[in-house]
Design a protein around this ligand. Structure first.
Ligand SMILES: [Zn+2]
Length: 75
C-alpha cells in the first residue's frame, strides 16, 4: 500500500489528507468572527437606533451559530 507523501496515510482511491489542526482552528475562529459580525449586523438592521442594548448577546449568539454551521457543514 502506497503512503501519501503529505500525511503518511494509506493512499487509497479518493484519499484526502486530514485537515491540519491549525487550519481547523483557524476556520472555527473565522466562522466565529463571521457569525459574530453577522449577528451584530442583524441586530443593527432590526434595531438601527440601538433601543435594544444587546450587542454582546447578538455577537455571542452569532458566533455560536457560525461555529455550529461550520461544524455541521464539515461533518
Ligand atoms: Zn494524504
Amino acid at each position: 500500500m502506497a503512503t501519501c507523501p503529505y500525511c503518511k496515510g494509506h493512499l487509497t482511491d479518493g484519499h484526502r489528507c486530514p485537515r491540519r489542526r491549525i487550519y481547523v482552528v483557524a476556520e472555527i475562529v473565522a466562522a466565529a468572527i463571521a457569525g459574530g459580525l453577522g449577528g451584530w449586523i442583524l441586530l443593527l438592521a432590526f434595531d438601527p437606533r440601538g433601543v435594544v442594548t444587546a450587542d454582546g448577546l447578538a455577537i455571542g449568539a452569532g458566533m455560536l451559530v457560525g461555529i455550529g454551521i461550520n461544524r455541521f457543514a464539515r461533518s
